[in-house]
Write a protein that binds this ligand. Structure first.
Ligand SMILES: NC(=O)C1=CN([C@@H]2O[C@H](COP(=O)(O)OP(=O)(O)OC[C@H]3O[C@@H](n4cnc5c(N)ncnc54)[C@H](OP(=O)(O)O)[C@@H]3O)[C@@H](O)[C@H]2O)C=CC1
Ligand SMILES: O=C(O)[C@H](O)CS(=O)(=O)O
Length: 490
């Protein structure tokens, strides 16, 4: 249990990682005021963080713009060496970084430490990709013509990230940006700035040049977003968060025809066919639904179970979920922490109330966990139907609605009946069914007989209103590069 900054610092091997100032141009700076960071497990203030003004953010962009020119002259190999050191420092400080994350976001410490490793993997992977930014030579269109294609960094990249993965969502952007030779200005969510600032502490120690990586915490997200979109020195905007905010940012960025990457909301279907390994499907559903307490854009939001195995699946799932430990993320054995805010709890309650009013039945949970903080018991409802709120809205919490279906075509139609298209999952063993369903699902990501798809090696991203672009894999660096065609006359 935590109740203030002193308590949190006392838990760290290296208390200097708990920094509350902004990191701009290699300097640690204060804001004109501060904003509170609270521990969602108790509601206590654990830190007061520099609250930068729009003018200060503009100064960070100026610093990034200046620093980027020199950073782009480093060879890929030189950038790789510095990024490798940043990766090593993240892993050496994994325990402390995990503790800081659990304190401000609430996820169990084991999950937080897992996120540090996941986040660091993007720095490692893209550090290596820095050496592989290849161009090409194309046979000319005339005897005296030579066509050269080269790739160059786009310039200053501005980043806005959410609270659900306070480290990995930043490094999934900063990794390719720095590897490409861009400079980076990151604005973390106001709920979870400490993890982002700690990345700045380690970036400085790794020898990342001043101004190349900047962290600008602020309580005003809209002001910072406008600065990012309106400042001519910014040439790239990368955002992870809700589709609603993604639309706002895209509209704002349109005036400068700015290159945008958008990782937005989802509404993932999780389908269990009657030829599935039911025990494996139950374990996969638990990982997919309850990772980060359901607060990920790729969590199962709708669970469709074929009629012949519905009752068996529901019974097995309810038994396993009933055994999950809800509590403070810093306590040994906790599997489900608090939700990020009371507002998030209210959204889960609203989805449950809506479903009950339309005939759904709660077979597990359904109420708040009686303890301080924004806790809610993991909940399973049966009798879910397409007219219920969670069929069209992302719940972002520990609510597992079970839909019954009869045949393949029906469930594919229901699964695709959404404006979102990020992640989807299904369990089946018949080979032709696996091919047919994987190709028919309208999503950027399809997990087959697995509930976890996240890795730095794969292109992560959605279709329809779940976003634009891909993060991770060798594709992920392209969004931070401009392709230049050089027409040589010889
Ligand atoms: N795709 C994904 O991974 C995520 C999806 N979501 C979805 O979004 C829903 C709401 O979650 P929430 O955290 O409120 O997500 P938001 O999209 O509201 O916030 C995400 C980030 O955007 C910032 N932001 C909010 N409004 C603006 C704006 N007008 N201009 C610039 N930046 C802005 C937020 O800052 P601040 O926090 O300071 O307001 C935060 O840093 C969730 O229920 C879920 O459905 C949420 C998080 C991640
Ligand atoms: O925003 C999210 O929820 C993350 O992108 C999910 S993941 O990449 O960490 O799985």
């Amino acid at each position: 249990m935590l109740d203030d900054t002193t308590d949190l610092k006392s838990r760290l091997k290296d208390p200097s990682l708990l920094e509350t100032r902004a990191y701009v141009n290699g300097e640690w700076i204060d804001g004109e005021k501060t904003f509170d960071v609270t521990n969602p497990a108790r509601g206590d203030v654990i830190a007061q963080v520099a609250d930068l003004s729009r003018e200060q953010v503009a100064q960070a962009i100026d610093a990034a713009y200046a620093a980027q020119k020199d950073w782009a002259k480093y060879t890929g190999k030189e950038r790789a060496a510095i990024m490798r050191k940043w990766f090593d420092l993240m892993m050496e400080n994994q325990d402390d970084l995990g503790t800081i994350m659990t304190a401000e976001q609430g996820k169990p410490l084991a999950e937080a430490k897992g996120e540090i490793a996941y986040g660091a993997s993007f720095i490692e992977f893209f550090g290596e990709e820095a050496k592989r930014i290849y161009g090409e030579i194309i046979p000319g269109h005339g005897r005296d013509k030579r066509i050269h294609v080269i790739k160059q960094p786009i310039g200053v990249a501005a980043s806005i990230t959410p609270w659900n993965f306070p480290t990995a969502m930043i490094t999934r952007k900063a990794g390719p940006a720095l590897a490409a030779g861009c400079a980076f200005v990151g604005r973390p969510a106001s709920e979870t700035p400490l993890s982002a600032i700690a990345l700045g502490v380690l970036a400085e120690r790794a020898g990342i040049p001043a101004g190349v990586f900047n962290v600008v915490p602020s309580s005003s997200s809209s002001d910072v977003g406008k600065e990012f979109c309106e400042n001519p020195k910014v040439r790239k905007l990368t955002f992870t968060g809700s589709t609603e905010v993604g639309r706002i940012l895209l509209k704002q960025a349109a005036d400068q025809v700015m290159k945008c990457s958008m990782e937005l909301g989802g509404n993932a279907p999780f389908i269990v066919f009657d030829d599935a390994d039911i025990d494996a499907a139950v374990e996969g559903a638990i990982l997919c639904k309850f990772r980060n307490n359901g607060q990920t854009c790729v969590c199962a939001n709708r669970i469709y179970v074929q009629a012949g195995v519905y009752d068996q699946f529901a019974e097995k799932l309810a038994k396993r979920v009933s055994e999950m430990k809800v509590g403070d993320g810093l306590e040994e054995g906790t599997e489900l922490g608090p939700l990020i805010t009371d507002k998030a709890v209210e959204k889960v309650e609203a989805h449950i109330a809506d479903a009950k009013s339309k005939g759904a039945k709660i077979i597990l949970g359904g109420e708040k966990q009686q303890m301080k903080g924004s806790f809610f018991r993991p909940t399973i409802v049966t009798g879910a139907t397409q007219d219920m709120a969670f069929a069209t809205e992302e719940t972002f919490g520990p609510l597992a609605p079970l839909f019954r279906f009869e045949d393949e075509d029906d469930v594919i139609a229901m699964a695709n009946d959404t404006i979102f298209g990020l992640a989807s999952y299904f369990y089946a063993r018949d080979l032709s069914r696996v091919y047919k369903v994987a190709e028919a699902l309208e999503y950027g990501i399809v997990g087959v007989n697995t509930g976890i798809i996240s890795t730095e090696l794969a292109p992560f991203g959605g279709v329809k209103q779940s976003g634009l672009g891909r993060e991770g894999s060798h594709h992920g660096i392209e969004d931070y590069l401009e392709m230049k065609y050089v027409c040589l006359t010889v």
